[in-house]
Write a protein that binds this ligand. Structure first.
Ligand code: ZN
Length: 237
């Protein structure tokens, strides 16, 4: 069974068709969202799809709008087992809302301690994000599309965190991540529709590639990812 741990199903032209395609392929998908209101809106539509796990999101690049939905986030955080995407973005695009992003994260992190799968965005901000996760005892989490370098990846692995790898990373210099990180800390993501309009095709390709790199057959590769996904849950410490 395939696991896609980061796909924005609600941003596709026909979200129901995409949800159905996971179901038909016997694949599971964590549906990342941008804002609590998006999560809330999607919930009733996704209920029939056992394969889709809607995640409660608060995207750092939407900090300005998300600020108004903090209460909605906290209300849903009690019942949602899947969180994301949340995080920090201090790239040129995100820098202007840096303080807002930090304030939001500090407000929501205390609600994410118990048994949740959390997918995080960390562009140009993984050090600050890792510190906040430590401060609020939130982890392990899954760093999605991590491009922070080998040394940082090793340090985050030592803290128990996971990394979800997408098809773009396999084709560019960020492929290093797979060698730098133990296979027990690797997950798989499509990051659709941003990176692909055909998430399942990409996911299948990543599983094949991981099998080549790890010298594991299809069955063993699927087993490793499945166990990793099961373990990647926040523990209160
Ligand atoms: Zn995303």
């Amino acid at each position: 069974m395939f696991f896609d741990t980061h796909c924005h199903i609600d941003l596709f032209d026909d979200p129901i068709k995409i949800a159905q395609s996971y179901e038909n392929a016997n694949a599971s998908c964590v549906m990342a969202t941008m804002m609590p209101s998006h999560y809330q809106m999607a919930l009733p539509y996704l209920q029939p799809f056992k394969a889709i796990m809607p995640a409660l999101g608060m995207h750092p690049l939407r900090a300005h709008e998300c600020k108004k939905e903090i209460k909605m986030f906290i209300d849903h955080a009690r019942s949602s087992d899947y969180i994301g995407e949340i995080g920090l973005d201090f790239s040129a695009e995100g820098k202007k809302t840096k303080q807002e992003q930090i304030t939001i994260l500090k407000t929501i992190l205390p609600y994410l301690r118990n048994g949740k799968f959390v997918t995080v965005h960390s562009r140009n901000a993984h050090e600050e994000l890792a510190c906040l996760l430590d401060d609020y005892h939130v982890g392990p989490v899954c760093f999605h599309y991590f491009i922070g370098g080998t040394q940082a990846a090793i340090e985050l692995t030592a803290k128990g965190h996971y990394f979800s790898v997408n098809g773009n990373m396999l084709r560019n210099k960020h492929r290093y991540l797979i060698d730098a990180v133990h296979r027990d800390n690797i997950l798989v993501e499509s990051d659709g529709p941003f990176l692909t309009k055909q998430p399942l095709t990409m996911i299948g390709h990543i599983y094949d590639e991981l099998g080549n790199i790890w010298h594991t057959d299809k069955h063993v590769t699927e087993e490793i990812i499945s166990l990793n996904f099961g373990r990647c849950r926040t523990i209160f410490s």
